[in-house]
Design a protein. Sequence first.
Length: 373
Amino acid sequence: MQKIGVIPGDGIGPEVIKEARRVLDAVAEKRNLSFEYEEFPIGANHYLDTGEVLADETIQRLSRKDSILLGAMGDPRVKPGILEKGALLRLRFHFDQYINLRPVKLYEGVPCPLAGEGRRIDMMFVRENTEDFYVGLGSRVKKGLSMSSLSLIRKTYEAKFDVGVDLTDEDELAFQIGVITKHGAKRVMDYAFQLAKKNGIDLVTAVDKANVLTEMYGIWREAAEEASTKYGVAKEFQYVDAVALHMVRNPERFKLLVTPNLFGDILTDLGAALQGGLGLAPSGNINPAGISMFEPVHGSAPDIAGRGMANPVGAVLSASLMMETLGHEEAAADIERAVKDTLKSGRFRTPDMGGKTSTHAMGDAIVEKLKRK
Ligand code: ATP
């Protein structure tokens, strides 16, 4: 029996998670697996009712789970950042989920914005999830002399920065510090190259901007070199701008890309567009030796919430990623196959895909396909 913490969250989160849960129930029955679920009311309603975003006690309870499935965080009634930072980012950091795994796969029957028939887009993004320019170190300073004391506290290290700025001739300046530790780069490279090896992928593309941001991405490249030798998998270095260009001109060339946090954030949204839109894109925040958290790439989409219009495929595929990480590879493949067959038939398309299928009907179709095979 594995224990799964479920955070339906805000907006369309609860609607898509409901379908993902039904699909998980169907696959559990088929493969004779047993899961125990506990729902956590984290999100805007809970925050507005109690003034609390994420209680320490909730984190403790989540720490006893084997995995977490999350819908979405964010609500127009709450100032942007409060829920996203206070819940989502806090959980990612607390559980040290240092990998953001985002498969970009174009399934047959899904309209792709790129020209050309039968495109074979199938690439995996391994995005570093805790460092880079997302460490939240920065400040705004006025003309003259100023000191900023900034500190970075992570599970595995602490770093303090005392930054003195003597600004002349301009009124104000803002700066933001990016950080990559050797350990941080190594562990993400280890994960990426091991994953490539496991899946028979012969080339890893390491993305950076090492020609401009030489220090941070110098460490990044060293770690990629070392992992490539260690695991016997070839690597290539590509600048992020070139990757963006190739993803549009020739996305077929990529198999597995390992990216720093910021560039990965941007490229994977481009990837979501290539695979048919945000509604279809899954992700996992992974700590290979700890508790991972799976969520669709999309946010809470308040414009369509509560109307039965949300595409549940991103959430369902996130559940498939969760199965894989929990060691149920057959169950993961069953779910993916059911999604693939549903999309291929062309009969089921939610409004974001240009159709009229409801969230629930899409879930039904996937469950039916799953049961049949
Ligand atoms: P966040 O900042 O919370 O990540 P975002 O600004 O990326 O959110 P989303 O909430 O992800 O925005 O969605 C952007 C738009 O895409 C939505 O307003 C909605 O119209 C559409 N969208 C997102 N997810 C889905 C989905 N699952 N099904 C259908 N449409 C969706």
